[in-house]
Write a protein that binds this ligand. Sequence first.
Ligand SMILES: *Cc1c(COP(=O)(O)O)cnc(C)c1O
Length: 381
Amino acid sequence: MAPFPTEPMAVPLLDLKAQHGTIRDEVIAAIMPIVDGQTFILGEPVERLEGLVAKLSHTAHAVGCANGTDAILLALRALDIGRNDAVVTTPFTFFATAGAVHNVGARTVFADIDPDTFNISPEAVDEAVRNTPDAKAVIAVDLFGQMAAIDDIRAVLPNGMPIIEDAAQSIGASRRIDGRKVMAGEMADIGTFSFFPSKNLGGYGDGGMVVTQSDQLAARLRRLRTHGSVKTYFHEEVGYNSRLDALQAAVLAAKLPHLEAWSAARRRNASLYDEAFADLDGVRTPMIDDRNESIYNQYTLRAERRDDLQEFLKKRGIGNSVYYPLPLHLQPCFAYLGYEEGDFPESERAAKEVVSLPVYPELIDSQRDEVISAVRAFYGR
Ligand SMILES: *Cc1c(COP(=O)(O)O)cnc(C)c1O
C-alpha cells in the first residue's frame, strides 16, 4: 500500500477547507431545506442564483447549467454553430474551451495570445477571422481572473459575429470600457461561468452558468439545457441534460455575498507578491491591463528555470501548478487540425515559463511570507 503523505503541504495551492470553515453554518442552513424538501433539480434555488449572477454580471439573463464546459457547449449551440463552421479561440486556456467547439462538430482556429495578459490578442483574432471564411464566432477566455480585451476584439470583428466569453476563471472581474465598469460576461453575446470547486466562486460539486443580454438566446439556452424541450415530453430540438442542482445553487447563493471580499483578499495577496518579487530578475509578475480589475483566480509568474523552481517550492511544501503546460494546438487529440510547434510562439513560450502560486483569500500572513521567502531564496535573495 502506498504510504500516506506524512506532512500536509505547508502552504497548499488552494485551501477549500479553510474557506468552508468560514461559511459552514450559512451553507448548512441553505442546503438543509432542500435536503428536507427533496426537490433537487432547478427550481427556486436555481432561479434565485440566476437572478444574483445576472445582477452581478449586469446581464438581462442567467441560465444555470451542469458545468462550465457545458456552458460553452450550450452557448455554441444557441448560436447555431456546428458542422462546417469554424470558431476562433486561444490555444492557451483550459482544454474545455476548444473541447466544446469540437463537440458541436465545429473546427477550432487558434489565434495567439498577448504576452502581457496571456489573453487572446485582438490583432491575432483579426488576422484569423480574415483568413477563415467559415469563421462564425470567437471565444475569448478571461484567463487567470483578468478579462480579455473584449472591446478591442469586438472592434476588429465583422458586424454581427458573436463573441462567447469564457469567464470560467473570472466571475466578478471587470474592465473599464468608455468610462464604464463592464463585468465579465456583460459585453459578450454569451458569457459562461464555471462553479467547479477550485474556481473563485466554487460549488460543492460541478456547476455552471451562461449569461446573456438577449431574450432570444436566453430562451434557447433554457430549452437546450433540458433536452430541447419547453413543454415536458415535447422536443423542438435535440438538447442536453445540463441542469444545475438546487443544492449547488443554494451553496453558491450562500457564497456569492462573500465574493467581493474574497476577490479583494486575492488582490491584496497579489499586490504583496508583486512588491516582494519586484527586484527579482528571474521572474516577471503578472501584468494586469490598466483597464482591468483582476480577481486573481490564479497568480501566475513567468519564471526563469521554471521547472527547477517548481521542484524547489514543492520540497518546501509550497503548492504550485502550471496552467497550462501544453497549448491546445499541440494536444494529441487536436493533431487533426494540422497545427505544428512554432505556430503560436507566445502561447508556447508561456507554457514553458508560467507557474501559479497560492493566492486564495484565506492565505494567512505567515503562509504568504513563506511563499515569498522560498521564491526569493530560489533566485539567491
Ligand atoms: C474550468 C474551466 C472550464 C470548464 O469548467 P468546468 O466547470 O470544469 O466544466 C472552461 N474554461 C476555462 C477557461 C476553465 O478554467
